[in-house]
Ligand binder design. Structure first.
Ligand SMILES: *Cc1c(COP(=O)(O)O)cnc(C)c1O
Length: 422
């Protein structure tokens, strides 16, 4: 459920007309709804406590790393899951307490690990033996012990898009299942490492509960083995990955998800952490765009819009589907016809929708790509020297620009011409 609805024929974001936002900040622009963020957070938090779990929610910042979005979730009680120093700095800047931040990622550098340790974060999820050894050295040099969970790769198929599955043994993520016990033993012998738990994350946009259950059961087995080896495993980090409906998918509800956790891991006496990204922010965002012009091709009609793949990469990268709706509601009996909705970038992949059935459109019309709150702005680039899209946060009848559109001068200012060219 979200808070983008038609009222008297116009699309609103909570109590703000989307057209008013487009008027004020121009297009394209991302718009997020505070009420939707709060609703998603609340539904998940209630599901976890309803299942009797001692569980924390560490929002996966990479889904939408705007500081105002992070702060909105932090104010509701969320911690953060970060995958780079930049994200860690964002989480801290947004006011997430360091002791609610988990650092994940397969390629953390020495500088990033040192920064994380010095920031006093809750946990570092280590993904390889060399990373473990390096982290221990960095901790020892500072007279510290790093709180570590090993991210294990449970070798389950999340059944999701190939580019966002992470829990199969062919993937670069996590510690190979068959070697987990051995590497835990190594960790115990490292002076800078305090082993506190087990972590896993099997993929994104999962629409089936079975892979979660399978992974949780494997974690359960591992906890038993590790406890028999004398480890005090007190935390389990179960990653994120719960999907959202983009095109009629029916992902498991947060309640189903929490019940699967409770049934498989609830009796282990561990504090659980989940790292949802998309689930919290996906439906809470839209991308507002304007039709630049209509073009009749040889075999099809193109609606050329001012947003492009650099602003919202998911269709080009994952063949993702986003619902597209006009800001001015079309009459129920408007004659719909198939058209391709494309951006202006010089790539055929710059296509948001193929043969999508839409009402009549004309240059200047405003459209919205729905469910664009996750992996939208955070994946944006400036390809074709297009300016990054501004981000707007709505709360009730108010809206604020939470990231302004840069200027062309700013874009050019970062580059210099070497003296041999002057
Ligand atoms: C990407 C990621 C998440 C969030 O995934 P969603 O599908 O957005 O919930 C959580 N944990 C880790 C380690 C990740 O890499």
């Amino acid at each position: 459920m979200d808070h983008f609805e038609y009222r008297d024929g116009w699309l609103f974001a909570e109590d703000v007309p989307v057209a008013a936002i487009a008027e004020a900040v121009g297009t394209p622009a991302y718009c997020y709804s505070t009420a939707t963020l709060a609703r998603h957070y609340g539904v998940l938090a209630d599901a976890l406590s309803g299942a009797g779990l001692d569980a924390g929610i560490c929002y996966a910042v990479k889904a939408n790393s705007n500081i105002a979005v992070i702060r909105t979730l932090a104010a509701l009680g969320a911690g953060a899951d970060v995958v780079s120093e930049g994200e860690l700095r964002r989480a801290l800047a947004a006011g997430v307490p360091a002791d609610r931040i988990v650092f994940s990622g397969v390629g953390k550098t020495a500088e990033e690990l040192a920064f994380a340790l010095e920031s006093g974060i809750h946990q570092i999820n280590v993904e390889s033996e060399p990373e473990l050894a390096l982290l221990s050295e960095i901790a020892v040099a500072r007279g510290m012990r790093a709180p570590v969970a090993l991210r294990v790769n449970p070798d389950v198929d999340a059944g999701t898009h190939e580019k966002i599955t992470t829990g199969r043994k062919e993937n670069k993520f996590g510690i190979e299942w068959a070697r987990a016990r051995e590497i835990y033993r190594q960790a115990r012998d490292l002076p800078g490492i305090d082993v506190v738990g087990v972590a896993c994350h099997i993929g994104s946009q999962l629409t089936d509960i079975a892979p979660f259950r399978e992974a949780f059961l494997r974690i359960r087995d591992l906890v038993a083995v590790l406890r028999a080896d004398g480890f005090t495993i007190r935390r389990l980090d179960l990653g994120g990955g719960l999907g959202v409906p983009y095109e009629g998918e029916t992902p498991p509800s947060p309640a189903d998800y929490a019940r699967a956790m409770a049934a498989t891991l609830g009796d282990l006496g561990c504090r659980l952490v989940v790292e949802p990204g998309r689930l919290l922010v996906g439906n809470a965002g839209i991308l507002i765009t304007r039709v630049v012009r209509m073009k009749e091709g040889a075999t099809r009609t193109f609606a050329i819009v001012d947003a492009a793949m650099n602003d919202l990469l998911r269709p080009a990268l994952y063949d993702a589907h986003h619902a597209i709706v006009p800001v001015a509601q079309a009459p129920a009996d408007a004659p719909r016809r198939p058209m391709d909705v494309v951006g202006p970038i010089c790539e055929t992949g710059d296509t948001f929708a193929r043969q999508r059935s839409l009402p009549p459109l004309a240059a200047g019309d405003l459209l919205v790509l729905r469910t664009a709150g996750a992996y939208g702005a955070s994946m944006a680039s400036t390809y074709n020297s297009r300016l990054l899209v501004p981000e707007i946060l709505v709360k009730g009848a108010h809206f604020a620009v939470v990231r302004r559109r840069p200027t062309y001068e700013e874009m050019l200012a970062a580059e210099t011409v070497p003296d041999w060219l002057t």
